[in-house]
Design a protein around this ligand. Structure first.
Ligand code: PLP
Length: 404
């Protein structure tokens, strides 16, 4: 159809979930750089929301995708055939996890990992109730939505799952509410969409202790925090406790769709009986996604990207000083820069994007600017990013003064 741009067709024929999508038309992406169809380059500070930790289209990942696509793609629904990309990735993940996290159920997405984990916890404990936290995000499907901790995002989709209780993240009030009806507690070891909130010292350990006392399973959602983002391979390592179940997604697939819930074999076995086929999926653990994810994980390990995240995070933090910044919360190479309000933040974001830097806000913290680049980002790119952000803040300040 002559005259109609891709952008117009995007707005007409691709379902929208916001009235103001970023609408950057991507031509290619490599490493830390996105290029749009006009040839304009952007430094990517969000990595597809914590997905591209080893960068876009890492050659090892692309090679793995090609290699697997040439051998076989979908061959059978999940769990029936022995598919070597699944097997070897599950083994590699287990090798880098505590011994009780030894059995991997691969899904298509993070939300599906949440759904599977909720079902497994109920089935294994024979209990009905689930605890989660205000301002947590665990996915957008109906069950995961019932867990997320924000009334604005939940309310339109009632009735929600019964038996879900929410508490403030980091609050001691939750401890007495974990009881003999609690199947599990879902928690992010660092809360993502509230704007990178690290819980108070000792709180996760107390949660672990209370779950043990009451026979409830502790589920860590590391869908955003995993794969080196916070400076450890897994964020929970810092707290020296181990969850009963671990949720992974995003960077797990190295840029391909993949999620997982991981537990001890004796827990996971509950999905095989009464009913048999306790969680089923056609495409979960797709061989091409597993091959890509394994290649990305190997890059992450070989290049010690988790350690690099700490150094690079500090390097960037040192450069981000401005009177209009209220605070910066951070963990590794992951930051929330907090401003006075969303309008100010939006001006900063728009200015950044106009000047070749992709950033965003957080779902439950619209006043916070999101920084979570590929972990391979260079010092030079970080310094360029810092300059663009500081200029954008200056412009937003000038604009606010002009407008008042
Ligand atoms: N859990 C967390 C912490 C997330 O950040 C997300 C996605 O942003 C999810 C779960 C859901 O993952 P997905 O979008 O793959 O369903």
């Amino acid at each position: 159809m002559a005259g109609i741009s891709n952008r117009q067709m995007f707005l007409q024929h691709v379902a929208q979930t916001s009235g103001a999508p970023m609408s950057i038309e991507v031509q290619k992406a490599g490493g830390v750089i996105l290029t749009d169809v006009s040839g304009k380059e952007y430094i990517d500070l969000v990595a597809g929301i914590s997905v591209c930790n080893v960068g876009h289209c890492h050659p090892a990942v692309v090679k793995a995708v090609h290699g697997q696509a040439e051998k076989y793609m979908h061959v059978m629904v999940y769990g029936e055939f022995v598919e070597s990309p699944q097997v070897s990735y599950a083994k590699l993940l287990s090798d880098h996890l505590p011994s009780t996290l030894n059995t991997v159920y691969f899904t298509n997405s993070g939300a599906e990992a949440t759904e599977g984990a909720m079902k497994l916890a109920k089935r294994f404990t024979n209990r009905t109730n689930i605890i989660s936290f205000n301002k947590s995000y665990h996915g957008s499907t109906q069950g995961a939505l019932s867990l997320i901790g924000d009334e604005y995002w939940r309310n339109a989709y009632r009735p929600l799952l019964p038996g879900v209780m929410h508490f403030d993240y980091g609050s001691d009030k939750v401890f007495n509410e974990i009881n003999e009806n609690t199947a599990c507690v879902f928690v992010e070891p660092v809360q993502a969409e509230s704007g990178v909130i690290v819980p108070p010292e000792g709180w996760l350990q107390n949660l672990r202790r209370r779950c043990n006392e009451r026979g409830a399973l502790l589920v860590f959602d590391e869908i955003q925090t995993g794969f080196g983002r916070t400076g450890n391979l897994w964020a929970f390592e810092k707290n020296k406790i181990v969850p009963d179940m671990l949720l992974l997604g995003k960077a797990l697939g190295g840029g391909m769709p993949l999620g997982a819930f991981i537990a001890d074999r004796k827990i996971m076995q509950a999905l095989t009986i009464n009913p048999v086929l306790g969680h089923i999926t056609t495409f979960g653990g797709h061989p091409v996604s597993c091959a890509a994810g394994k290649a990305a994980f190997e890059v992450l390990l070989n290049e010690k990207l988790a350690e690099q995240a700490v150094v690079k995070g500090r390097f960037l933090l040192d450069q981000l000083k401005h009177a209009a910044i209220k605070t910066i919360r951070s963990a590794g190479l992951w930051m929330a820069i907090e401003f006075s309000d969303f309008n100010f933040n939006k001006k900063v974001i728009d200015h950044c994007i106009a000047n070749g830097l992709i950033t965003d806000w957080f779902l439950f913290a619209p006043q916070c600017l999101r920084i979570g680049p590929p972990l391979i980002i260079s010092a030079e790119q970080l310094s360029t990013a810092a300059k663009i952000i500081l200029n954008a803040i200056d412009s937003a300040v000038a604009d606010s003064h002009g407008g008042s």
